[in-house]
Design a protein around this ligand. Structure first.
Ligand SMILES: CC(C)(COP(=O)(O)OP(=O)(O)OC[C@H]1O[C@@H](n2cnc3c(N)ncnc32)[C@H](O)[C@@H]1OP(=O)(O)O)[C@@H](O)C(=O)NCCC(=O)NCCS
Length: 141
């Protein structure tokens, strides 16, 4: 049996839009993000404050996960996308990206996010508190 390669976590401020899009699609999150609007996706990347990636540690370094955050690095962080390609799900990569996000931000910064229903158990499993009093203006498109 071949051993699974290690996963490398890194900050990638210049993450390529096609790679980002591919992981969104492969994770299933693409159904809820503007994957057909390249310009909007590019703006999402260029205006993000913290972009973390997970890649296989092998020659092609293929991207298997991403965490895209909006943060001031001092008080709060909104984790807008956490996505792991389906072939790499269930291997600890999502947790690894959450841990790396927390490590990069430090203990003085709170992290918030809006979960899709199917991922609620993942965030609970990984120690996040579910809040009842969160308010939201929904985007219109
Ligand atoms: C949700 C997602 C990010 C989780 O990443 P992952 O790499 O598959 O999860 P991990 O392997 O790191 O799981 C860590 C732990 O959480 C548990 N877990 C993972 N997904 C779970 C789920 N959907 N519900 C409950 N528990 C879950 C795992 O069993 C594991 O538990 P353990 O402590 O017993 O080992 C990933 O499945 C994904 O990208 N899903 C599609 C897109 C999505 O829903 N993103 C979140 C948008 S809000």
């Amino acid at each position: 049996m071949t051993e699974r390669p290690r996963v490398l976590y890194a900050r990638e401020p210049a993450l390529d839009v096609a790679e980002f899009r591919r992981v969104l699609v492969e994770s299933g999150l693409g159904a809820l993000r503007p994957i057909e609007d390249g310009s909007r996706l590019r703006t999402m990347l260029s205006n993000a404050d913290l972009l973390l990636t997970a890649r296989w540690d092998r020659p092609d370094c293929s991207l298997i996960g991403v965490a895209r955050c909006i943060t001031d690095f001092a008080w709060c962080c909104y984790l807008s996308e956490l996505a792991v390609s389906a072939t790499a799900q269930g291997l600890g990569v999502g947790r690894g990206l959450l841990d790396e996000t927390r490590r990069q931000l430090g203990p003085g910064v709170s992290i918030m996010l809006a979960s899709v229903p199917s991922a609620v158990g993942f965030y609970e499993r990984n120690g996040m508190t579910r809040l009842p009093d969160v308010f939201w203006y929904h985007r219109e498109w």
